[in-house]
Write a protein that binds this ligand. Sequence first.
Ligand SMILES: [Zn+2]
Length: 272
Amino acid sequence: MNEPVFYLGAHQPHWLWTTDMPLFVSHRQLARKVTLRPAVCRWALDSGGFTELSLHGQWITTPAQYADVAHRYAEHLGVPDFLSQQDWMCEPFMVERTGLSVREHQHRTVANYLELRELAPALPWLPVLQGWALGDYLDCVDLYTSAGVELAALPRVGLGSVCRRQSTAEIGHITATLAGLGLKLHGFGVKTGGLHRYGHHLASADSMAWSYNARRLPPLPGCTGHKNCANCLTYATAWRTRLLAKLAARNQQHGQQADLFALSARQQQDAA
Ligand SMILES: [Zn+2]
């Protein structure tokens, strides 16, 4: 997966069988699906860790269970671009929720990555960098290095604990520093402001921002079946096309790589 890619966050796993847009789907949603068919789009898996840790203060799903279900997804849907590991987020409220420390969250995150890799070595596990301040993230890079994991050699590395503080200059600094180490970063749950601010330091990102926007708006003309478009593929498709066109225009303006989130000529036409 050398091409930079933007994954649309989807509540609805059945979109895997109806759209050719790259999708980011949560294990929590996908696990409810009894029947799985081959996906018709590129896709990547969210571990659902934020919800699981928020609810329980720890991982209830064991690495063995997660590896088993990951095998099932890969077998029936097709191998995803990556499967997010079971990481431990480091937002202050999350560290308070677990009663542990940032350092302990980082140790557990690295240990989980190693365990998943051992349980299912053929699957594309995504290691996640966890921390809060820049120094924490650099410490986490060192933890991976000490464990024999050379992050810069991997196709993608997740950047954790950023989705709730994207308006800060600190995130720009963190992403620039980590990208400068040669890491090909995936930004989790990036909002549109964040994409404009630090998207050029990311190799990929996912976003559910379209759904939050749509929830506050009346449905699109022609959408008579629902009272807003928070779960609407038509709305999501149009939102994504507009976003990617804006990012391409911005990157051109700033002399950055225009194809960061590669947009086909056809999509640019549609957005114009
Ligand atoms: Zn709609």
